[in-house]
Design a binder for this molecule. Sequence first.
Ligand SMILES: Cc1ncc(COP(=O)(O)O)c(C=O)c1O
Length: 402
Amino acid sequence: MSTRPRISARISAISESATLAVDSKAKAMKAAGRPVIGFGAGEPDFPTPGYIVEAAIEAAGNPRFHKYTPAGGLPELKQAIAAKTRRDSGYAVEAAQVLVTNGGKQAVYEAFATLLDPGDEVLVIAPYWTTYPEAIKLAGGVQVDVVTDESTGYLASVEQLEAARTERTKVLLFVSPSNPTGAVYGREETVAIGRWAAEHGLWVVTDEIYEHLVYGDAEFTSIATAVPELGDRIVILNGVAKTYAMTGWRVGWLIGPADVVKAATNLQSHATSNVSNVSQMAALAAVSGDLSAVAEMRTAFDRRRQTMVRLLNEIPGVFCPEPKGAFYAYPSVKELIGKELRGKRPQSSAELAELILEEAEVAVVPGEAFGTPGYFRLSYALGDDDLVEGVSRLAKLLSEAH
Ligand SMILES: Cc1ncc(COP(=O)(O)O)c(C=O)c1O
């Protein structure tokens, strides 16, 4: 009998998505009748707008969409994504530079698989979204963390990036607005970082999936448009999930120079082929329509954001900088680690999160999932009443810590 391991080393090294794990545990407790309030989910609580659903229904009845279509995406959707990118980012791009993917997640995997050779380093600003490390690792890349904290509102500086750069650095991953922190880089900061990357010949992979979810005086700046010096060394990742409440439809895209898009399309043609045509037609209605649905969601998220930050900052031992975008708050809970709470002494934010789920029936994602222990991520994409109830339960429990 072979003594070779049952699971390959490459795949064994991939960890379960911590955010999905928290969410599924909370859902299981809920199904068992416990009144859990979940701050774990990374998705809008709104249904997909009706006109988008209608487009999908119509597409489902059209025999053209019952068949394989080009692996890289329906031509009309690629055109519409190019036009939408010009409209929203001011970035000039042709349809041939667009690859339609199974959600933004596949775009993340394909971008790193296409750009990285084993040993190539990627600068990743921490806290970072859980999927990036796995995609980089699977491609053979080496992640180099650039750690930020609440003192700068989780923004990295050029000096920090430069200190992490080596001869092997190939890519800077730039995500603004950020999941999990909600940090948004201003225009000046974006330009400084982009110029630094250009000066050193780095590629920039930028994830713009939260582009339309910014609040107050924060503005979204596309690094691709703001820094023409980057030339063609830029790959943009995006999708319909967050803007149009379409997480379940699985449509994202990758935009880049023609050779990168061609290579990534080759990969996709063997892995998954075309994204479901029905979903692509729904995405076509979404990106060619107006932005009124996201404007409505943004108003609700902004209200919830303000409530959440205020309530969190009232809890002793919790400090939450104001998130400027996306729909997450990322408070520090460092002061609570090691304190006694209901007969236990949690030694990490992961242990504290577990205790909170058991004792207060509130689900939060610990900072361990995002490369920075000592924090929680709380999504505010849930109903106003649940939000207040959940944070109040958290406050009540955590105020017992001593
Ligand atoms: C920063 C970021 N990028 C990409 C995605 C991928 O979204 P999807 O695969 O649902 O399109 C997410 C989802 O949580 C995200 O937070």
